[in-house]
Design a protein around this ligand. Structure first.
Ligand code: ZN
Length: 82
């Protein structure tokens, strides 16, 4: 069961478990270039951080949904952290 308590250990980060970003708009997990979205990473307290990972729709379903850390999709015209 999931609880809202602060976990005892830092949660894993997709920005560290995925290969490094090649360029914006390319999925970091599989290299797909279509339907790729930027996802802003958050810290353990759900505070947004200046970290973005890029994932296509297929990898988003596999990686973002079950991930314990909070990720937020960037809007198409939203400036992202470099
Ligand atoms: Zn992908």
């Amino acid at each position: 069961m999931r609880s809202s308590r602060v976990p005892p250990q830092p949660l894993p980060r997709l920005s560290q478990t995925l290969p490094e970003r090649v360029e914006p708009g390319v999925c970091q997990a599989c290299g797909e270039e279509k339907n790729v979205c930027g996802w802003q990473e958050h810290d353990e307290r759900d505070k947004p951080e200046a970290i973005v990972v890029w994932l296509c729709q297929a990898c988003e379903k596999k990686l973002i949904k079950p991930h314990p850390r909070l990720y937020r999709p960037l809007q198409a015209n939203e400036p992202f952290p470099a």
